[in-house]
Design a protein around this ligand. Structure first.
Ligand SMILES: Nc1ncnc2c1ncn2[C@@H]1O[C@H](COP(=O)(O)OP(=O)(O)O)[C@@H](O)[C@H]1O
Ligand SMILES: [Mg+2]
Length: 545
């Protein structure tokens, strides 16, 4: 049976393995610090810990490796203690026998493990099992917990061989400790301080970055004992190598230079793997067109999309809060990093409290990162694209072609030249409405837009000028108009200089009755409102020319 510690396409991480794979010498002299392995979700923390485990397991005898993942399903202190303790005994025995299959061969019951320990004939394992039985008899759950997490240290005391403890998903300890709070003590995960401080049993903690940051540095001062090790994305060459290896494994017929596309994934092996798997399922060779099709599909309905969607859902559980939160995220994705909170709150017509709540929720999910007084979206272009796509679809109600354009338009390596456009300035008088409506007629004719579509655009324009913009009232002198036909969408843009115009829900509903899409954004020049009409491919040319 293949071990989950042996990964076929594991790539790169030489430096990380070098550092984490050499702490046993410091552990020997009692100088090893605990380590907080932080890094964004999907960047490869768990896999790195597995590789570190395997490295210690297969290459040396100077330190015993112990890998443990805190599981959500742990229900009580006793349950955790048993699970942690049993894993430690089984892994220690496997290490002594150099038989990795023992670890995954089957699920051992507590009784099995105690029996294995006693029959092993290994003195220190028998002693540790005896200690554990004693602690169980004390029926003091905290005492049992403490003696459990001290088992690796106890083994060091008995053998003189350090233990490297690799603790993944450690943030789950917090929930677990809250549920099982003993009296007022909710932070008893902090008891890990004792084995960590020994210096002979270094612990490497990993898991959800935002939650661990909070546990180690905000809720407690546990971080004082830890060295910070931040895992970033795979180096560019390694990322491309991994991408190629996966394509080969999946038998994909690759017709593009993969390294031209690799920057899209920000070095995240999780994104690369999801993409390669999606490409395998789509038919045909991986040509450039196909690449973008897969990219779009992966970001709007594939596994990567589902991953972020479920995260968003968990962090914004209230249904009626979802649209405002998504709107907030969308704005953040477009703004400069130090967007001012009050301004943003006004723009979105939500209260400042609501906005602060959203920021906190998104911070916990790793979508938003906060400084001391600033906040910004995490530097993850795939996540940003997913948020944009979701917003345009669900809030902006944009047509698919526009979503496609937004997500892939400016990324294409061999981007198509910009199609021609008409631009003009018109004076912002009370007659502007008529001028604009007339202008559309001429321009639409030029683009071969069917007259029915032109008529609807004209109604929307008249409404916009008559009821929303009110340029003369605002002291505006000119409007700037731009018209363009791109991928079967006719775009009519109006830029109103110097002012910030916010469309109300009522405005949107009214205008959308005549349109296929409507966006309003504040730009450097003022406010840009774009009206969209979809032109079906066969109706172009059927115009009145
Ligand atoms: N160095 C690597 N080479 C190849 N694949 C990797 C590497 N690191 C991680 N992966 C794969 O990427 C995915 C995400 O990695 P994981 O370790 O679970 O991320 P994290 O724990 O940081 O969320 C997993 O499928 C994993 O097997
Ligand atoms: Mg992980």
């Amino acid at each position: 049976m293949p071990s989950h510690f042996i990964m076929k396409n594991f790539t790169g991480r030489d430096r990380e393995l070098e550092v984490l794979g050499n702490i046993h010498s410091e552990a020997k002299s009692g100088d090893a610090a605990g380590i907080f392995l932080s890094g964004r979700s999907g960047i490869g923390k768990t896999e790195l810990l597995r590789q570190v485990f395997y490295h210690y397991f297969s290459r040396q005898n100077n330190a015993v490796p112990f890998f443990y993942t805190v599981r959500t399903s742990l229900t009580s202190l006793e349950h955790f203690s048993k699970d942690y303790f049993c894993s430690f005994i089984v892994q220690s025995l496997a290490f002594l026998k150099k038989d990795i299959s023992m670890i995954e061969a089957c699920v051992y019951s507590f009784e099995d493990v105690m029996e294995l320990a006693k029959e092993s004939g290994v003195r220190w394992i028998i002693d540790i099992a005896d200690d554990y039985e004693q602690a169980r008899k004390s029926s003091d759950p905290l005492n049992l917990f403490l003696s459990t997490i001290l088992a690796p240290y106890r083994s060091y005391l008995l053998t003189g061989v350090p233990v490297i403890v690799l603790l993944d998903d450690f943030h789950k300890m917090k929930k677990f400790c809250e549920i099982n709070a003993v009296g007022d003590n909710r932070d008893f995960w902090m008891l890990f301080e004792t084995p960590v401080k020994s210096g002979h049993t270094p612990h490497i903690f990993s898991g959800n970055q935002a939650e661990l940051n909070r546990m180690f540095f905000e809720d407690t001062l546990f971080g004082e004992y830890l060295e910070l090790f931040n895992l970033s994305g795979l180096a560019r060459d390694d990322a491309a190598k991994y991408f190629k290896a996966l394509c080969e494994t999946y038998g994909l017929d690759v017709r593009i230079e993969l390294s031209d596309f690799i920057d899209l994934f920000g070095g995240s092996p999780y994104y690369i793997r999801n993409f390669a798997q999606a490409a395998r399922q789509s038919s045909g060779a991986l040509s450039e067109d196909n690449f973008w099709l897969v990219y779009l599909s992966e970001l709007t309905k594939g596994k990567t999309f589902k991953y972020w969607l479920s995260l968003l859902k968990t962090h914004v559980p209230r249904f009626n809060q979802r649209k405002p939160s998504l709107g907030f995220l969308y704005q953040l994705c477009k703004k400069a990093p130090d967007a001012a909170l009050p301004g943003l709150a006004d723009e979105m017509s939500v209260s400042r409290e609501e906005m602060e709540q959203s920021i906190e929720l998104f911070r916990e999910s790793g979508i938003v990162e906060t400084g001391f007084s600033t906040f910004e979206v995490a530097d993850d272009s795939i996540m940003v694209d997913i948020i944009k796509g979701l917003y345009l679809k669900e809030v902006g109600l944009e047509p698919w072609s526009r979503i496609k354009e937004t997500l892939t338009g400016d990324k294409r390596v061999h981007a198509k030249p910009e199609p021609p456009s008409f631009t003009l300035n018109i004076p912002a008088t009370s007659k502007a409405e008529f001028v604009a409506v007339k202008t559309i007629e001429y321009i639409a004719l030029n683009f071969n837009i069917p007259s029915g579509i032109t008529g609807q655009l004209q109604i929307a324009f008249a409404d916009l000028f008559g009821n929303v913009i009110d340029g003369p009232g605002r002291g505006i002198e000119n409007y700037f108009l731009k018209f363009q036909l791109r991928e079967n969408i006719f775009y009519a843009e109006i830029t109103i200089p110097y002012v910030n115009i916010v469309l109300t829900d009522a405005d949107r509903t009214r205008l959308r009755a005549y349109l296929d899409g409507l966006t309003s954004e504040s730009v450097a020049e003022g406010t840009k409102i774009t009206l969209l009409k979809e032109i079906s491919a066969d109706s172009v040319g059927a115009g009145s020319l």
